[in-house]
Design a protein around this ligand. Sequence first.
Ligand code: COA
Length: 297
Amino acid sequence: MESPFKETILKGKVALLTGGGSGIGFEISTQFGRHGASIAIMGRRQNILDAAVDSLRSQGIPAIGLVGDVRKREDAARVLESTIKHYGRLDILVNAAAGNFLVAAEDLSPNGFRTVIDIDSVGTFTMCHEALKYLKKGEQGKGPARGGTILNISATLHYTASWYQIHVAAAKAAVDSITRSLALEWGTDYDIRVNGIAPGPIGGTPGMSKLAPEEMKGQFKESIPLYKLGEKWDIAMAALYLASDAGKYVNGTTLIVDGGIWLSRPRHIAKETVKELSRAVELRSRTSPTGLPTSKL
Ligand code: COA
């Protein structure tokens, strides 16, 4: 789908994306690149990075891939240094790396729980912490000192509760909290905006294939208010809005991009049936001031 944004909205910006080589992260890398940014991707697997960088470069997007695990502080520091060495600056950090698997709470070991917290929550904090010194220098020397911006990819699982996702829900709740705390502190001190995006079910992602197998998809769509899954593109457009000057007064928010699904419950009763039932009840209460069926009076 064609982007509604101008091709130049991220012109001259440098973006580093963890988990930017696949899934939602890769779509954000691509769209940021198509809108003028130079891209650095951090990920654990060299082959995934190589394929992603090849694809970006084939579209004329400046791109580099840097191997690293967000769970390791030394990897975070090294990847940031390499990004600065290569491009000379950093304007946007996107924390899109995440770990996920379905498991019942009683079958999840404390180490399994910790592994996802380490990747999603501690990894996000570590990347933000190591990136700060570069982000706060983002635009120095060119007019008034201005900071860069951070985007943390979260989820909606923890707004209520989700089956077999205790570790991920806890990890993403922490990510949302990190987003707000950093927005407050770094917004005030360095003019760095920190926001999040909470994607709902997005087609064609590793998350979706793990959490909703192919055979369940039809049934799943029926329960979504807009009757369709989101696309990676939808998340990338939200990211463009938040990372560009379009979102220059947005700080500390986590934008939900889920078609309204987190608000919804399964449609147990068809809308038409509800209307009929409702009319019948109204009619009865009009006939009987007590609201009881007239037959009982
Ligand atoms: N069910 C239950 N426990 C699991 C599990 C699963 N499917 N996968 C990992 N664990 C547990 C392990 O048992 C281990 O705990 P233990 O030591 O008590 O046995 C702990 O988690 C660490 O496992 P390990 O395989 O060493 O972790 P890892 O660091 O190699 O990788 C992930 C863990 C989560 C990162 C891995 O699933 C992964 O690489 N996922 C790809 C990224 C992804 O899921 N992206 C989707 C984002 S929505």
